[in-house]
Design a protein around this ligand. Sequence first.
Ligand SMILES: Nc1ncnc2c1ncn2[C@@H]1O[C@H](COP(=O)(O)OP(=O)(O)OP(=O)(O)O)[C@@H](O)[C@H]1O
Ligand SMILES: [Mg+2]
Length: 113
Amino acid sequence: MKKVEAIIRPENFQALRDKLEGVGINGLTVSEVAGCGQQKGQQGLFRGNAFEIKLLPKVKVEMVVEAEHIDEIVQIIQSTCSTNTIGDGKIFILPVENAIRIRTGEDGVQAIV
Ligand SMILES: Nc1ncnc2c1ncn2[C@@H]1O[C@H](COP(=O)(O)OP(=O)(O)OP(=O)(O)O)[C@@H](O)[C@H]1O
Ligand SMILES: [Mg+2]
């Protein structure tokens, strides 16, 4: 199992959710976050003062999925969330040791499908 953490533009979330649902991915966690990338949260304007670093609103989508689905999910995120401009976001992929469905005690892949 792998965890996908995608930091995306808030306005791209609904389209991503619809696409993921279309391929049977229903379990996800979403948070409103703030962050910055290599532009330090500034979009084109440069201001040299380190204390003026800005944070831009983003949405973080977390999903634990079967490892074999990673390529498809990355492809869906890229095609749905790319506007080809700075600030489109990032995808992180992490190993997941286990998952447990609290209600039943099922674990591993059984707990995420
Ligand atoms: N190295 C990182 N670690 C954790 N979060 C990050 C990292 N880089 C970016 N992020 C998160 O992703 C969001 C979007 O980053 P962004 O798309 O601006 O990345 P970038 O590397 O600057 O790429 P681009 O040049 O396309 O803007 C940030 O607001 C932040 O929340
Ligand atoms: Mg950036």
